[in-house]
Ligand binder design. Structure first.
Ligand code: LLP
Length: 385
């Protein structure tokens, strides 16, 4: 089954562009909010997945906070109207200006990843006569069983504080005068569709909290990061990810203290399925053993297949003719500029429109101008009514 696109209205629009189905986006946000709300959990939208301002304002309207990983994202979140009191700021390499921008705006919390970073935030906060709220990002050594480029919770990653150093970093955070330690932060990886790693994470957090409890340390919040995955193979089958199981897993396995709040940072699961990259076929090239559909979109518009061997379902939304096999490639001068080999697609012709599905997360935001190409455009479904 193909997705539904307003093909007659799309015709004439310059390609390639991202098309966002805002009906599905809203439904997804409402479902996530409802399922989190059952347990009083807070969701901070991970801006890195997609910072298109029109999407941000819809996400903000639903009452979500923002999870940022750069000063640029902090400022974009505030500009989109996310309250500073719901902004968290993570990242292993926060520059001084980024820390200062976050301090000036009194964000909810810095997620800190190293001792020197903690000391610099303390210094910069002191210079402003402020106290910075921080959560320590702990590397929980839990395997997310996902692609090695997007797993982050294992010992050898650059992220977070290793468990063996945690006591020392906590002592330091408590001792620094311009730091207030308010939470612990975790993130084990992305595109996780099996709930077991989230259960393992919960149990690891319980162990940590028990040890801290013995030292009479009780923190205001636990932030479990993001990572809930989506179904790239079948974007129409269950377009709204299983938020129910996700939150129930934490509710079942994670022990929180009375009054301790739960935070998470979902990105992909909120925005991936509502977005498609729409591209036009430039040429059908007959090779000796195969045929190529050469698109006007390339790895500069959607880099995930080239970078992570990621799969995005491709549909020829202009044709109902019988299926043929195509290698679907872009125009960039790199062999990795290939979206799919041997894709089964309705017979294609020059000028046909292709949709690359499930591209709402880590699509538009990761676009580049390599080869001096234009950045892709973007439209919401309501633009075509
Ligand atoms: N929190 C932290 C600390 C993160 O590092 C990430 C993602 C998230 C939250 C959001 O995770 P999500 O809910 O989206 O899984 N560009 C890659 C994904 C990189 C994810 C990096 N961190 C891709 O296209 O698959």
């Amino acid at each position: 089954m193909k997705g539904t696109f307003p093909i007659n209205k799309i015709k004439g629009t310059e390609t390639p562009f991202y098309f966002y189905n805002t009906g599905l986006l809203r439904e997804t946000l409402e479902t996530a909010k409802k399922e989190a709300g059952k347990f009083g959990y807070f969701i901070h939208y991970a801006m890195k997945a997609n910072a298109n301002p029109r999407l941000l304002s819809i996400i903000r309207e639903h009452g979500f906070g923002a999870d940022c990983v750069s000063g640029g994202e902090v400022l974009a979140a505030l500009k989109a109207g996310f309250p500073a009191s719901k902004v968290v700021f993570a990242g292993v390499g926060k520059a001084d200006w980024e820390i200062n921008a976050a301090l000036d705006n009194d964000i909810f919390c810095f997620n800190i990843e190293s001792v020197p970073e903690l000391e610099v935030i303390n210094e910069l906060a002191a210079a402003k006569n402020k106290v910075a709220s921080i959560a320590i990002r702990v590397n929980p050594n839990v395997d997310a069983h996902t692609h090695h480029y997007i797993t982050t919770g294992l010992q050898e990653n650059k992220f977070g504080i290793n468990l063996c150093d945690l006591d020392m970093v906590i002592d330091l955070a408590i001792a620094l005068p311009n730091i207030k330690l308010v939470g612990l932060h975790f993130h084990i990886g992305s595109q996780i569709t099996d709930m077991t790693p989230f259960a393992s994470l919960s149990m690891r957090i319980n162990e940590i909290q028990t040890k801290l409890g013995e030292r009479k340390i009780r923190l205001e919040h636990i932030n479990v990061g993001g990572g809930l995955g989506i179904d790239y193979d079948h974007p129409n089958r269950q377009p709204i990810p299983d938020f129910k199981s996700y939150f129930e897993t934490f509710h079942k396995h994670l022990n929180l203290y009375e009054g301790q709040t739960f935070h998470c940072e979902l990105g992909r699961s909120l925005v991936a399925q509502c977005g498609s990259l729409i591209s036009k076929v430039l040429y059908i090239k007959q090779g000796t053993a195969k045929q190529f559909a050469i698109l006007d979109a390339g790895m500069t518009d959607l880099i995930r297949p080239a970078l992570y061997q990621a799969y995005h379902k491709i549909e020829n939304i202009s044709s109902d003719e019988p299926l043929e096999k195509y290698d679907v490639v872009g125009p960039i001068c790199e062999s990795s500029d290939c979206f799919e080999k041997e894709a089964d697609l309705n017979k294609a012709h020059r000028g046909d429109y292709f949709a690359l599905r499930s591209a709402g997360a880590y699509g538009e935001i990761m676009a580049s101008q390599y080869n001096l190409r234009k950045l892709p455009g973007s439209f919401l479904s309501e633009d075509f009514i």
